[in-house]
Write a protein that binds this ligand. Structure first.
Ligand code: AVJ
Length: 332
């Protein structure tokens, strides 16, 4: 047993080791919560890949379709010599569609909190795009990070934020992210965002409660990760996956519900659970096209174009940075 409260791996620059603090802080709060970004250890990333293939989980298929059918149009937003910056690039299958459609990209910068992930991405793209300059950056996209000099020197930068990852943020955090992306990408920038749309609750509930139980395993894997990396002793049989659409707030919530009164230790702290008490592990906000463009406008972005699938389940929305400085940041 390792008594380490912190991950033993050396940390890449740009990434703070806040896992222990975030988990302990979140479990000591009321209601209990853990940030959704911690789902993605190696096992969690594999489970998420499996989720994207589930019959009930429509977002990835819809987004891939939209990208495939509109690649030439979307690529027009990425001029010759531009730097393409992907925020949180878990897999490269979406960006490949864009890379095939653009003629002379200056460089491609995948940014992800997981170093193995960005490096693997660079290696996998090499054989198919031998001319492409891939400059991976390991960073938490919600924090400030520095672009490689070549991306800074490019005539303009285009951000790519697919996968409805923006839905994991609280709306005010999403606004904060959009302002932060504007600052990182700089003058003349464009931004291409994949966002899940509001739709009937039955479809949403099915997508997050798949019959094969993969989403449940993905959710519970967070406890496995906490046990391993933070010296936790969660009993996985004592918790259950709960996911439901919260109509008032336009979000799917995921929770881990304690099946009984119990205690667990994490990083030396004892956490008590009432029977039925939950750890809130994820919000997946669904946006209308208007709501997302309003959020983007408020952060200094001008809506350019929107693409959707035939069912209007998912959207890809493009924005350009306006010349005016973004509105003064309101207190949050
Ligand atoms: C990767 C955040 C877009 O919210 O749909 C999938 C994560 N959670 N099933 C989503 C997820 C449960 C996913 N995002």
């Amino acid at each position: 047993m390792v008594a380490l409260a912190r991950s033993p791996r050396p940390l890449p620059p740009n990434v703070d080791d806040t896992f222990a603090d975030d988990v302990v802080g979140g479990l000591q709060a009321t209601p209990k919560r853990v940030p959704a970004k911690y789902f993605y250890d190696a096992e969690g990333s594999l489970l998420f890949e499996r989720i994207t293939d589930l019959p009930e989980y429509y977002p990835t298929r819809c987004e891939m379709r939209i990208l495939q059918e509109n690649a030439a149009d979307i690529a027009k937003l990425i001029p010759d010599g531009a730097a393409l910056i992907e925020f949180g690039s878990g897999s490269n299958k979406k960006v490949r569609i864009l890379l095939q459609a653009v003629s002379k990209l200056g460089c491609y910068v995948p940014v992800d909190i997981c170093q193995e992930m960005v490096e693997q991405e660079a290696t996998e793209l090499k054989p198919d795009f031998p001319q492409l300059k891939v400059l991976p950056v390991t960073a938490d996209i919600t924090q400030d990070f520095v672009l490689p000099p070549e991306a800074k020197a490019a005539p303009l930068r285009v951000g790519f934020f697919p996968g409805s990852t923006i839905g994991n943020f609280e709306p005010h955090e999403a606004a904060g992210f959009l302002r932060h992306a504007a600052k990182i990408l700089g003058p003349g920038a464009r931004l291409i965002i994949g966002a899940d749309l509001i739709k009937p609750a039955e479809i949403l509930n099915a997508a997050y409660n798949d019959a094969a139980g993969v989403t449940a395993r993905f959710n519970l894997n967070l406890l496995t990760r906490i046990n391993r990396e933070l010296g936790g002793n969660f009993n996985l049989d004592g918790f259950e996956h709960h996911a439901f659409y919260n109509r008032e707030r336009n979000r799917v919530e995921m929770h881990l519900a304690s099946l009984k009164r119990q205690k667990a230790k994490v990083a030396g702290e004892t956490i008590e659970f009432r029977a039925g008490e939950t750890i809130h592990t994820e919000n997946s906000y669904k946006y209308s096209i208007e709501k997302l463009s309003a959020l983007a406008r408020g952060a200094g972005w001008r809506p350019l174009q929107v693409w959707t699938d035939d069912h209007n389940y998912f959207s890809i929305q493009a924005f350009a940075l306006t010349d005016e400085p973004p509105p003064v940041r309101a207190a949050e």
